[in-house]
Design a protein around this ligand. Structure first.
Ligand SMILES: Nc1ncnc2c1ncn2[C@@H]1O[C@H](COP(=O)(O)OP(=O)(O)OP(=O)(O)O)[C@@H](O)[C@H]1O
Ligand SMILES: [Mg+2]
Length: 232
């Protein structure tokens, strides 16, 4: 059994790539799958996040730094597929980086976090083109989802954002993450939102729903996964 690969990418900075990568990877690891986060961003935010964990409560997923691999990151990812059930690739924001493209060549799912404002949505057009190109050539079976992040929990989506969404050509994930302080707080604790307990109940429900949706898209049955084969 070879690891499935989720590539979290958006050239737009601050859209939530590292938040989504770490909450998703940590949540699925806590369910008992072997999960690796490949930190491909020279900022090393995911690596620092995991390093903030106390010795007696390490971050639930393993995290390695692969930013120096640049356009060869797909080769480095292939080295790890036998040791994990799932690899989550946290991509850098740089528009000219060769990393997202390289990771998508071996990816099963491209997850594109986006803040639902018109400006942020328009800035996401670049990664959609990259996904389209990869799908037209190197990786025809690549799946993709747009994931709304930092949604106002008390309001429905801004009308402008809803109007722009259909133009994207990337299916919208049914799960979404609200704008919640606990997402920031869990970073300093080197953990997922689960560590914050009942006051993070809504965020926990959001990341659990995201994990369910991602595993379903990937075709992972948890019963089978716990038995040792993560696929089907
Ligand atoms: N749903 C949320 N609620 C509250 N804060 C959030 C949420 N998502 C992200 N943030 C905060 O917004 C900032 C940017 O998020 P994050 O680092 O995940 O984005 P990124 O896309 O990885 O950024 P970069 O492009 O720099 O790598 C961080 O401080 C993070 O804690
Ligand atoms: Mg980041």
């Amino acid at each position: 059994m070879s690891a499935l690969i989720v590539v979290v990418a958006n050239q737009k900075g601050g859209s939530g790539k590292t938040t989504v990568s770490m909450q998703l990877a940590g949540t699925i690891a806590q369910r008992g799958l072997r999960v690796l986060v490949a930190d491909t961003d020279p900022q090393a935010t995911a690596t620092r996040w995991a390093a903030s964990a106390p010795d007696d409560a390490p971050f639930p997923a393993a995290v390695i730094g692969l930013s120096a691999a640049e356009g060869k990151v797909h080769r480095e990812l292939r080295r790890h597929v036998d040791n994990y059930d799932l690899i989550v690739v946290d991509c850098p924001p740089a528009v000219d980086s060769t990393i997202p493209q390289s990771a998508l060549v071996v990816g099963d799912l491209a997850l594109v976090p986006v803040i639902p404002s018109p400006a942020d949505l328009w800035a996401t057009v670049g990664i959609r083109r990259v996904i389209d190109n990869i799908r037209a050539g190197a990786n025809e079976t690549l799946n993709s989802r747009l994931l709304l992040n930092q949604c106002d929990p008390h309001r429905t989506l801004a009308r402008e954002a809803v109007e722009i969404l259909p133009e994207f050509g990337i299916e919208l994930a049914s799960s979404r993450l609200g704008h919640r302080e606990v997402y920031r707080q869990s970073v300093a604790l080197g953990a997922t939102v689960h560590v914050l307990g009942s006051r993070a109940a809504q965020a926990i429900a959001e990341v659990e729903a995201l994990a369910d949706e991602v595993l379903e898209i990937l075709g992972v049955s948890m019963t089978a996964a716990r038995g040792g084969t993560a696929n089907g």
